[in-house]
Design a binder for this molecule. Sequence first.
Ligand code: MG
Length: 456
Amino acid sequence: MISSRKLFGTNGIRGIVNKELTPEMAVKVGSAIGTFFGKKNLLLGHDARTSGPMFAKAVIAGLTATGCNVFFAGMAPTPALQFAVKNHRMDGGVIITASHNPPEYNGIKVIWDDGIEISHEQEIEIENIYFEEKARFAEWDKLGTTRELSGVNDEYMEAIKKHVNIAKIAEKHYHVVVDAANSVGGLAAPLLLRDLGCKVTSINANIDGTFPGRLPEPRPENLQEVALTVKAVGADLGVAFDGDADRSIFVNENGEIYWGDKTFALIEKDFLKENLNAKIVTPVSSSTLVKDIADAYKGEIVWTKVGSVTVSQTMKKLKANLGGEENGGVFYGPHQAVRDGAMTTALILDIMAKTGKKLSELIEEQPQYFIEKGKVECPEDKKEKLLEKLVEQVKGLNVSTVDGVKIWFEDKSAMLVRPSGTESVYRLYAEAKNQKKASKLIEDYSSKLKKILESI
Ligand code: MG
């Protein structure tokens, strides 16, 4: 994942512990980050991974060596740490996390003073310092200090409560099952829900960086346990977080798991009712459902490249207050323009309480789409040419080329073709009003791509 001249991927620095990402590198990354900020006050925290404390100490060594003062917040959800950066008026922050990656990974995210991850241009500045050995180290009497900062989880939960109707939610006595993936999701959401008057049943709630309960990515195949538990205990809702609790995937009262754009659309609808003509920021990988809701409730969709940093940065640039991804990332600007699992959970409960409807009823009211996925192998050196040729072929259709090629057809079906960043393949995502049409789109575009490949 980490190449000779590149540290950052789509979501910070990531790598397999002691193979791709070593403590030595972490010290050097720390001194590059410290040089980038320049003798400032930075917050630092980590998720539940076994390597978290080791990398925290290494990065702190690098940061303080360049004269930055570190406020160490310990273990907390990524959004709690992001909120603390803003709330404590830090100059920035560093989070040791590999988010949804398997347990053998860890990573380093860099946060700006507003709690949002730094832009890709800023990442390049840090990479240049790192690779060109340009870190500026402080004199022995100008080294940074390290202090503990406690209470970030409590402040975070208090902040979330301000954005929902606590009394209304409490009246309903909801029973919620929380699957924290044995990570930091368990440090905030169950307590927050209790404060909202819910009965909470927690699974995978003990902190364990080996992730014994399930893999940290909240994909349907990893969420059978939360779905079964919701049914077994007769809960109203289930929620599962990823490894650093910025993404949340929901389960209805019947144990049915929803992919993220369905629940995001609920939040979008509720938000647009109160915020006419608001901009909704979402990657081109999101369902047409998100556009349908914007059309019906007078919102304006801004399509972006895939990746949470791009969504946050676009929201910041356009002063937009809501963003969402199909993978369960919801960016609620009035709280903070970053993905936030506990905030999303509170918003879903707020909507259920406000409408008096069950989650299944709320989702069934929305337009329904069927999804089909596919992939076509493509050598790295042909990836660019293939995209060029495909763009030529679909000229005249309703197309966006902000990330790969996305085509919206008149019959409400849609097709996204994107080169994979990690494998020598093109990925295809089709969506339609029925399964047959979605499958047909994958078939048609797979053969279209193969034909183009033969010609180049
Ligand atoms: Mg995450």
